[in-house]
Design a protein around this ligand. Structure first.
Ligand code: NAI
Ligand code: MG
Length: 491
């Protein structure tokens, strides 16, 4: 199991964080255990940082931004740096994939897919860095007005544990392409790939102080970072509750934020859909990464005439799904930790109490270590759209099926949660494809397909409680910069 680095991580390896281009420990010397959720074993440790560490990292990023050269260097040079990082990530792909899988428990092939996406982020933003430009604006006689796209300054990135390397890289790619400097706080449950990418970025020529990493708990390091007065902008992906706390902290300094806060994304299957094409996609959208995906397709809305048929086909496939350790590379891995497994189990129990019917369950591989954090996939049928299971993010391998009567009913149910991140529409009717895609409140709509987390080029973000601002694609470069207007009077 695992690539070259895994074989060289001595048991109990003490990872460091990165400040000003140097690997440093927390000032307090305190550490957090790194646990592999496949077997619950502690295999390394990371620094447990507090406010003083955050302050040191922010000062380093501040100095790097104010003194340059990162923010003032030609955009093409920043782009070349990111392109070199893409190439270095590619060279270290096996090691990074193995590290990510062991840290999060995700199946080996998902670890590899995450590295491929990571490479794409640096490739995309490396190429995009010198293609962002402002406008000249028709103004009064005797004046010339133009706009520049300027970096915010020091960006704080608070990263979740579900796709740590990918989500880190979408932040780093867009923020650095625009000339910002960064302080990143990865999740306490999954910090290793962030630490390693920061190290590789130095190798790629990103100057010291431009990309700092602080590891630690959210309530300590995360809270101190989002409240720091020398931060210019905060970007966060994670739970709505923590998103609110981060926005409140940033509001004290009136700083801008980008928030990606998950969803309860629907896939709508009409009676005329190509069901054979839809089935594997419907399954994958909830099983990928054990359902721990912000854009997981966690509700499937099925038109009544085909409801029984589609429910039976999904149940048959669900009953064959197997969860097991990352190295066994089965359909899904464990959940990130025991707390998440218990949360999923509690939501499954609550759904049963609320009258939802279990149509099928997958299994846990008998060879999976009993100390791992496994939860078998569960398929619920005839779910009432108003119960918790249909309204709240489970963040686990739990799928809710909901019947609907017609197009209007489908749109109403699809829009009946507080979220609005992604949606899928399955129909052969072209006019309906357009109508429904426009009426569903979601930041991304896929027609006859679904991209749980995919598509580096595609702007991504939510409506309603799913958050605000857009990441990914060219659009992220606008979020990671601000417009400056300059007016020349030459009368
Ligand atoms: P969380 O949202 O609390 O954690 C995400 C990140 O925020 C981590 O880096 C954490 O250290 C940091 N953080 C926590 N409290 C903070 C604070 N007060 N100030 C600044 N940073 C803080 O998520 P958690 O507790 O790990 O998971 C709980 C639930 O959140 C999950 O069950 C899932 O439903 C949801 N979640 C959604 C994600 C998404 O991609 N939409 C990702 C992770 C979790
Ligand atoms: Mg871990």
């Amino acid at each position: 199991m695992g690539g070259p680095l895994l074989n060289t991580i001595a048991q109990g390896h003490a990872f460091m964080q990165f400040v000003d281009g140097r690997a440093v420990d927390a000032l307090s010397g305190e550490r957090i255990d790194v646990i592999c959720p496949s077997d619950g074993a502690v295999f390394a440790s990371i620094p447990a940082s507090g406010a003083a560490d955050v302050d040191r990292a922010v000062k380093s990023a501040r100095k790097a931004f104010d003194e340059g050269p990162w923010s003032t260097m030609p955009a093409v040079e920043r782009g070349r740096c990111l392109t070199r990082l893409y190439q270095i990530v590619e060279k270290n792909a096996d090691e990074l994939a193995a590290l990510e899988s062991r840290d999060t428990g995700k199946p080996a092939r998902q670890g590899r897919a995450d590295v491929t996406a990571t490479m794409r982020y640096y490739e995309f933003y490396g190429g995009a860095a010198d293609k962002v430009h402002g406008d000249t604006i028709p103004f009064l006689e005797g004046y010339t007005a133009l706009t520049l796209r300027e970096p915010h300054g020091v960006v704080a990135g608070i990263i979740p544990w579900n796709y740590p390397m990918q989500i880190l890289s979408r932040v780093v790619g867009a923020a650095l392409a625009m000339g910002n400097t960064l302080v990143v706080k990865p999740a306490e449950d999954a910090s290793l790939s962030t630490i390693r990418i920061a190290e590789l970025a130095l190798e790629a020529g990103v100057p010291p102080g431009v990309f700092n990493v602080i590891t630690g708990y959210g309530r300590d390091a995360g809270a101190a970072l989002s409240a720091h007065s020398e931060i210019d902008y905060v970007t966060f992906t994670g739970s709505p509750l923590t998103g609110t706390a981060i926005q409140q902290a940033a509001a004290v300094n009136n700083r801008g934020v980008t928030m990606e806060l998950g969803g309860k994304s629907p896939q709508i299957v009409f009676a005329d859909a190509d069901i054979e094409a839809a089935l594997p996609v419907l399954i994958n959208a909830i099983i990928q990464n054990g359902g721990q995906t912000c854009s997981a397709g966690s509700r499937v809305l099925i038109e009544r005439p085909i409801y029984e048929q589609v429910a039976a086909a999904l149940a048959e496939r669900f009953s064959r799904l197997v969860a097991g350790p990352h190295y066994a590379d089965l359909d899904l891995g464990p959940l990130i930790n025991g707390r998440q497994r218990d949360r999923v189990a509690n939501m499954v129990a609550a759904a049963q109490e609320a009258g939802a019917q279990v149509l099928a369950q997958g299994t846990i591989d008998p060879a999976a270590p009993s100390s791992g954090c496994y939860h078998a996939p569960v398929l619920f049928g005839s779910v009432d759209p108003s119960i918790q299971l249909a309204q709240e993010e489970v963040f686990g391998p739990v799928l809710a099926l909901l019947p609907f009567d017609n197009e209007q009913d489908a749109v109403r149910i699809a829009n009946s949660t507080e979220f609005g991140l992604v949606a899928g529409v399955w129909t052969r009717d072209g006019a309906r494809q357009h109508r429904v895609a426009k009426r569903v409140r979601a930041g991304q709509v896929f027609v006859n397909g679904y991209g749980a987390g995919g598509g580096i080029e595609l702007p991504f973000g939510g409506f309603k409680k799913s958050g605000h601002g857009r990441e990914k694609g060219f659009e992220a470069l606008f979020d990671m910069s601000a417009t400056k207007t300059i007016v020349f009077n030459h009368q």
